[in-house]
Design a protein. Structure first.
Length: 252
C-alpha cells in the first residue's frame, strides 16, 4: 500500500508549520508567549541559551563545512577561502553591533522628535530594515533546507525562540512604532523569504554568506537582547535551555 504522504509533502508541511511558528512569534500577545509558572525574564534566558548553543554547535560547524564554496572568490583583493567563513560571521556580528550603536546614539540625541509619528524615530526604519533581511533569510533557509527534515526542524524551532527575544528587544527600544509597524514588517519578511525560497534558489556563495551574517547576528543579538545587562539575568533557565538543545543537536 503506497504511503499516504510522500517525503516531499512532509517536508513542505513541516516548512509551512515552521514558517508559521516563526511568523506568529512576532504577532502573538505577550501573555501567550509566557509558559505557566515561567517569568518573561526566564523565558528570554531560555531562548538565549537555545539560540547561542545552536549558533555554536550547529551553525558554525555548518559554515566550516561550506567553506569550500568560497574557493576562488575574492573581495577587495582578499581571498575568502583563505580567511574562511568565520570572517563573514564576524562581519554579521559587527554589523548588528553598529546598528545597535546607531539606534542608541540617535535615541540619546532625540533625533526626529518633531517629525510626524511615522518618522518619529528615523533610525527605526534602518533598524527594522536590517532585521527584515535577517528574517527573510530565516524564512528562505527553512524552505530551502537541504540537510534533512530533522535539521530543518531544529533550525526552525531555534529561530522561533530566537525571534521572541528579538521581538522583545525591538519593542522595548522602539515602543509604539514597533508595535504599529515593526512587528508586521518582520513577520511579513519571514513569509516573503519563504515565498522566495519556494520559487528561487540563490547561489551557494550567496547562501553561505547570508548564513554567516545570520550566525554573527544571532550571537550578538542573543547576548545583547536575550541576556541583557540592564536586568537581572536568569542563569539556570539559560543553562537549561542551552544544555537541553545542545544535547538534542548532538544526538540527532
Amino acid at each position: 500500500m503506497p504511503a499516504l504522504v510522500s517525503p516531499v509533502e512532509i517536508e513542505t508541511i513541516l516548512a509551512a508549520v515552521l514558517v508559521g511558528a516563526i511568523t506568529a512569534a512576532h504577532l502573538l500577545p505577550e501573555e501567550l508567549l509566557e509558559p505557566v509558572g515561567l517569568s518573561r525574564e526566564s523565558l528570554l534566558s531560555v531562548t538565549g541559551g537555545v539560540s547561542i548553543v545552536y549558533a555554536f554547535v550547529h551553525l558554525l560547524p555548518e559554515l566550516d563545512e561550506r567553506q569550500e564554496v568560497f574557493e576562488g572568490v575574492t573581495v577587495l583583493l582578499w581571498s575568502l577561502a583563505a580567511h574562511h567563513a568565520y570572517a563573514v560571521a564576524f562581519v554579521g556580528l559587527a554589523l548588528f553591533y553598529g546598528l545597535e550603536r546607531l539606534a542608541t546614539v540617535s535615541k540619546s540625541h532625540d533625533f526626529g522628535r518633531r517629525l510626524a509619528p511615522v518618522a518619529d524615530d528615523p533610525v527605526f526604519w534602518v533598524h527594522v530594515g536590517a532585521f527584515a533581511v535577517y528574517n527573510a533569510f530565516i524564512g528562505y533557509a527553512v524552505v530551502r533546507g537541504e540537510a534533512g527534515a530533522d535539521n530543518v526542524a531544529l533550525f526552525g524551532i531555534a529561530m522561533t525562540l530566537h525571534v521572541v527575544g528579538n521581538d522583545e528587544a525591538m519593542e522595548r527600544r522602539h515602543h509604539e512604532l514597533y508595535s504599529r509597524f515593526g512587528k508586521w514588517i518582520l513577520a511579513g519578511a519571514v513569509v516573503l523569504g519563504a515565498g522566495i525560497g519556494a520559487v528561487y534558489t540563490v547561489s551557494d556563495v550567496t547562501f553561505t554568506t547570508l548564513l554567516g551574517l545570520l550566525t554573527g547576528g544571532i550571537v550578538f543579538n542573543s547576548i545583547k537582547d536575550e541576556l541583557p545587562r540592564t536586568r537581572e539575568s536568569r542563569f539556570w533557565p539559560f543553562a537549561a535551555g542551552a544544555t537541553a538543545y545542545g544535547l538534542l543537536l548532538l544526538l540527532l
